[in-house]
Design a protein around this ligand. Structure first.
Ligand code: GDP
Length: 367
């Protein structure tokens, strides 16, 4: 180990064997005076942040590091997968640092959703999960909605400190960072040669105009994300691409709805009523009698009830159930990472199913 070659962008040790992993650079770049890893290369030349795979230990190291600094933390969540995109224990990792919570993908919400209600729910839910956010913002990183407002808030809350952006994979963190880069750096050369002190962690610094930095941390894997149970192709089906169109089903007691093969709702008691389903427009909803539902699922998951598809069934977890009694008017039954069903009148009894590991919950309707 004579001379270890390191990336001039982030300081990571260069390796040439594993594309997509930390510190990868093509072998042809070895021996050059200035070596840059592929991730930094993409950031530099395309203003594009590339995700790399890390282990849970790597994440812990990075998160623990944040608590030791004096910084503002910007935590991004996917509003369609609030719980699945939560970083457990973030308030402990944050140390004394303040946290701004940013809910992304607001462009997908149906027009009927009140942003204030969503913000209040996010505040309340964070508090219950132990995190006291200084402020909550809703943005669309993809569409640019509220980006300027978020950037301004970040600037006023940071009070001359560095900013760490944290989030689980798939929340849109890269999209957000790329937006912010364009906003802050105006598409300039954003690679700094000053490394994060004493580490070779996979973080990227974007210089701010007062000498401080906005620091992109790698996407954290939350093993309870629905996204981890489906393939890339299926992820496209369950991830809404544009504003969700609510679908209304008139149900009798003893009827069941399947959401692809990923979720199921049995309507057990409460008289005939309307259930309003909010899922990706591409996800097939299938109605059947509850008495036939187990059998139907066993025979048709992966075909009629898809995603998952047939070659994913080996590793796909079983559906597990949770019973709920709806006691409040206008309640959402939330299927984490998939969508939600709104029940307008109290008094309904339902059973919600999701793959083992994924969560269901009730919340006050956002409409
Ligand atoms: P990361 O893993 O957190 O870095 O997430 P990415 O930035 O790669 O985004 C994950 C997925 O969410 C991609 O399919 C993006 O196109 C999509 N996405 C990101 N931001 C938004 C947004 O504001 N609205 C919508 N509809 N999709 C978004």
């Amino acid at each position: 180990d004579t001379e270890r070659e390191i990336c001039i962008g982030c300081g990571i040790a260069i390796q040439t064997e594993l594309p997509g992993e930390l510190g990868y650079a093509p072998a042809s770049s070895l021996g050059k005076e200035q070596i840059i890893c592929q991730r930094c290369f993409r950031l530099k030349h395309y203003n594009e942040v590339q995700d790399v795979s890390l282990t849970d230990d790597d994440f812990l190291k990075i998160l623990n590091q944040i608590g030791k600094t004096d910084a503002l933390i910007v935590k991004i969540v996917d509003i369609f997968d609030f719980n699945g995109s939560w970083i457990p224990g973030m308030h402990r990792f944050a140390g004394n640092n303040k946290i701004l919570l940013v809910g992304n993908k607001v462009d997908l919400l149906p027009k009927s959703v009140k942003h204030n209600k969503l913000i209040n729910w996010m505040k309340q839910e964070s508090k219950e999960l132990g995190l006291q956010a200084e402020d909550v913002f809703l943005i669309s990183a993809a569409k640019g909605q509220n980006i300027r407002e978020a950037a301004e808030a970040i600037d006023s809350y940071r009070q001359g400190r560095d900013v760490y952006v944290v989030g689980c994979t798939n929340v849109g963190k890269s999209t957000f960072i790329n937006r912010i880069i364009r906003e802050v750096a105006g598409g300039q050369d954003v690679i700094t040669t000053s490394h994060f002190p004493g580490t070779t962690l996979d973080i990227i610094k974007i210089p701010l105009d007062d000498g401080k930095s906005l620091i992109d941390t790698p996407g954290i894997i939350n093993h309870h994300q629905m996204a981890h149970y489906v393939g890339k192709q299926d992820l496209k089906v369950i991830t809404p691409k544009k504003e969700i169109k609510p679908k209304i089903y008139q149900l009798n007691e003893g009827q069941t709805l399947f959401f692809g093969g990923l979720g199921r709702l049995d309507y057990t008691a409460g008289g005939r009523r309307a259930l309003v389903c909010h899922f990706s427009n591409d996800l097939g909803i299938h109605r059947t009698k509850t008495e036939n539902a187990d059998d139907l699922y066993a025979r048709h998951v992966g075909e009629m009830l898809t995603p998952p598809n047939t070659d994913e069934l080996d590793t796909f977890p079983e559906l597990v159930k949770q019973e709920y009694t709806i006691r409040e008017p206008k309640t959402d039954i939330v299927f984490s990472g998939l969508g939600w069903v709104t029940v307008n009148e109290p008094g309904a009894k339902v059973t919600a199913y999701v793959p083992r590991g994924v969560q269901t919950m009730l919340r006050k309707s956002l409409i």
